[in-house]
Design a protein around this ligand. Structure first.
Ligand code: DX5
Ligand code: ZN
Length: 229
């Protein structure tokens, strides 16, 4: 399947998390926010790496015809290597694996072999040192601003030190790596994260939990743009 281009590296990206949308009408959800967003963030949970179960490749496949956006799949699963091919075949453009599950180099290589854009994620309490050795091999670093598993949690501001550190390393080494934050992102925390150096903002409740998701996405983007200056 053709992949969708992620857009210029380092550019500001708004990635609505469909975890907060109505699972009975996901197509409508992605279409509704399309004009004010850049990627579609797909949260995949296996009930093992995280204590919750969400969606998998069949849902990605069903949703694919309804969006031309880059599908940013966040795999909160203990066996990502087993499923990368299925996500690619279903229409994923990028897959992000968690460093905590181990065998990171193999997972990165497998994702590449499938032609996926490759992301590496770290939980709030995982040190930057755990992901640093892989920075040269990935396209995106996801620094979680909540413990993964559930939407609607509060942003952990203490993760911003790690975001600052990551941004410094990425820029110092001239790496083409996007820096994504995920969890508790709203207009206020988006600005905080952008000032710290993040350029991809995932937001679930702050978009789909609002009366007008489209308006909420626009406001989030405006707040993030203002913080860039
Ligand atoms: C958390 C997920 C997030 C979550 C974000 O496990 O990875 O993408 O959906 O939701 P909010 O924006 O509501 O914190
Ligand atoms: Zn996520």
């Amino acid at each position: 399947m053709e992949t969708v281009d992620a857009g210029p590296r380092g550019a500001l990206r708004i990635a609505p998390s469909i975890l907060a949308a109505d699972f009975g009408d996901l197509a409508a959800a992605v279409r509704q926010v399309d004009p004010e967003t850049d990627w579609v963030h797909v949260d995949v949970m296996d009930g093992h790496f995280v204590p919750n179960i969400s969606i998998g490749p069949p849902v990605v496949g069903s949703l694919r015809p309804y969006s031309q956006r880059f599908f940013d799949c966040h795999l909160m699963i203990t066996q990502p290597v087993r499923y990368l091919g299925a996500f690619k075949d279903a229409g994923a453009d990028g897959c992000t694996v968690h460093v905590e599950v181990g065998d990171t180099a193999a997972a990165i290589a497998e994702a590449r072999a499938h032609g996926l854009r490759v992301g590496l994620a770290a939980n709030p309490d995982t040190p930057f040192a755990a992901v640093a050795p892989h920075l040269g091999d990935i396209d995106l670093l996801l620094l979680m601003t909540v413990f993964p598993g559930f939407g609607g949690q509060s942003f952990m501001a203490e993760v911003m030190d790690k975001v600052v550190l990551a941004r410094r390393e990425i820029d110092a080494a001239h790496l083409a790596v996007d820096l994504e934050v995920d969890g508790g992102i709203d207009r206020s925390t988006a600005a905080t994260a952008v000032r710290a150096g993040a350029n991809v903002l995932v937001a679930g409740s702050a978009i789909f939990g609002r009366p007008s998701p489209l308006e909420a996405a626009r406001e989030l983007r405006d707040a993030a743009r203002a913080a860039q200056r």
